[in-house]
Design a protein around this ligand. Structure first.
Ligand code: DX5
Ligand code: ZN
Length: 219
């Protein structure tokens, strides 16, 4: 069994206090900090960009997992690398036919590369990325907002990707899920083959952050 890593999303944090929020995540046992970057075009809302990530960087030693929900991810890679991103995730829907090329460019910058697919995109769209990617991300809600309900069909996609990765000789590949994960459904998600859990509301809205993060490990 792969070690389960928890990547709380700062989308659910107080944006006026992001430095304190990432510090709190580290003190309470998080493994990564998930940064939801939205451009108002790939998804309707606008959140923040590389400058914000650069300003968060000194406040934690945790890896910064940057999820780019933007229409032109290729134009942003250098800026996020410079800002201190540890992982950059790009959507296959935004990269179109250039996903593999984009993953390679991310890796050349010395950063881990992840390919993401939206709920309406089949798992097969990520198959070709297995050889190149350090991580795959299955969106289990429609991107753009926190606090939505987990889409159950995502479980089948996760299973298909874990099986494909195993057959392709990459059984240790990180598979991440993002959206609507709670202590109640996390066990199902982990048994489907996920080992990296994104959670916004379940971490920041919990009365006890440490207990919430521990519960999300499915222990
Ligand atoms: C949605 C974001 C998610 C979101 C998850 O577009 O990519 O990372 O913050 O939030 P919860 O855990 O509240 O569904
Ligand atoms: Zn995200």
């Amino acid at each position: 069994m792969l070690k389960v890593k928890i990547a709380p999303s700062i989308l659910a944090a107080d944006f006026a206090e992001l430095g304190k929020a990432v510090k709190r995540l580290e003190e309470n046992g998080a493994d990564l900090v998930h940064c939801d970057v939205m451009d108002g075009s790939f998804v309707p809302p606008i959140t923040f960009g590389s400058q914000m990530v650069e300003q968060i960087r000194p406040h934690t030693t945790l890896p910064l997992d940057c999820h780019l929900m933007v229409n032109h991810p290729k134009t942003q890679l250098e800026a996020f690398a410079h800002a201190g991103a540890s992982i950059i995730s790009v959507h296959v829907e935004a990269c179109k036919k250039q996903t593999l090329q984009t993953l390679k460019r991310i890796k050349r910058l010395g950063i881990k590369a992840c390919a993401v697919c939206n709920p309406e995109t089949p798992a097969e769209a990520l198959f070709e990325c297995v050889a190149e990617a350090d991580m795959l991300l299955v969106m289990s809600v429609h991107p753009g907002w926190g606090g939505q309900k987990f889409i159950p069909e995502s479980l089948k996609k996760i299973e298909a990707l874990r099986e494909y990765a195993q057959k392709a000789g990459k059984p240790q590949l990180d598979i991440q899920v993002d959206g609507g994960v709670t202590p109640e459904n996390v066990k199902e998600v982990i048994s489907a083959g996920v080992n990296v859990i994104v959670a916004g509301s379940a971490v920041f809205r919990a009365p006890d952050m440490r207990a919430a993060i521990a519960k999300l490990r499915g222990e």
